[in-house]
Design a protein around this ligand. Sequence first.
Ligand code: FCB
Length: 415
Amino acid sequence: MSNGSLLKFPPGFLWGTATSPTQVEGHIDNEWTHFTAQDGGNCRIACDNYHRYPEDIEWMSRLGTNACRFGIEWSRLQSAPFAPLNQKELERYIHLLDCLKAKDITPMVVLHHFSNPPWVSAAGGWTNAATVPAFVDYVRQLVAALKEKVFLWNTFNEPDTYACVAYLLGGFPPQHKWKLGQFRKVIAHMARAHVQASRIIQRDGNAGRKPEVGIAKNWTFFHAYKRFSPWDRTTAFACHYTFNKFVLDAFLGGGRRRASTFIGLNYYGRVRFHHFRAMIPASGTPVRRLNDFGFVCDDMVERYPEGLVKILSYLGRKFRLPIYITEHGAASHDEKFRERDLHGNLAALHGAMAGGVDVRGFFYWSLLDNFEWQFGYTKKFGLLSVDFADEKLPRTMKPLAEVYSKICRNNSFQG
Ligand code: FCB
């Protein structure tokens, strides 16, 4: 794999890890609390990061990361629309931010990552327009509390994935299927909330640096396996149109672009269609069988590092905003595979930056093996493994953690 050249990143480049509250914290009361994943698991304890965050921050520091993308859980902070924030829970997040600061780790705070307070879900979630002012009020109060400690704000994580899996594919609560109207409403409401929340963040942020705000867009390439299959091409185009184009337009089209100061890109790879079937492990086709087709996959989707150059160049040209890779990672028990995947994608990232795309940071998904939504604990994305069979939930560095750590410390790697 190595071509011998040292690929350097610019000074100040952020190297971090990413997590989300429902996946790691445990002890949460949201729509996932009573959800049973395909492996029988649930998120009720998860990695117990709720109690163990000081230890997890120690690990981040040991890894040599200088940034961390984590979520604040709305359901912990507001028990009713427009209620004042729960002070005890707020204090915990403030302590977490102070622990990060003590280790010189820059926080990027995610405000919405696939979960809602129960009173939001009960009222129809994001299909209900009333969720927009409720969320904006939450953000206003949260920003007032944290504005001196946080300058990087990520309003919504993957609105496309959330609306698709919850309202089209039935994988996330409320597990609706093929409700295209609801999908569109969710996106429209989240986009409106993003614009309003971003205004507040840009106006009130006061952390000694200009506040930065953006969404994290999941970008998946959708292609036909056989280039000349009209049906698979149509399916791929429909997916691209719905999940990429429509969503980007909703959040960043026209005057809305001004609401964002950056674009967060979550990039994993590609989905190819064959006889209408999505040829990926996440849809049930075993990795081995996909290998027979010549596909390189982790336990979720096809790997496609070339695509990272394409999408970075496209986003850079189209929106002229700085970009953070807010997530990239691979789920596999094969650490050598994950190492190749990381190197391939970082080489692509470096290539795009050398070509002029302004990328400011990279956050590895994920710090820990965790609760991977409808798949439960079977998908191993962590730099650290967690022994879920041991009630102390001990963390252990995996080989990839050593590899990533070296990259973070050197701000470069051997390409
Ligand atoms: C992204 C999600 C994140 C995790 C990774 C594997 O789509 O944002 O929570 O599930 O995929």
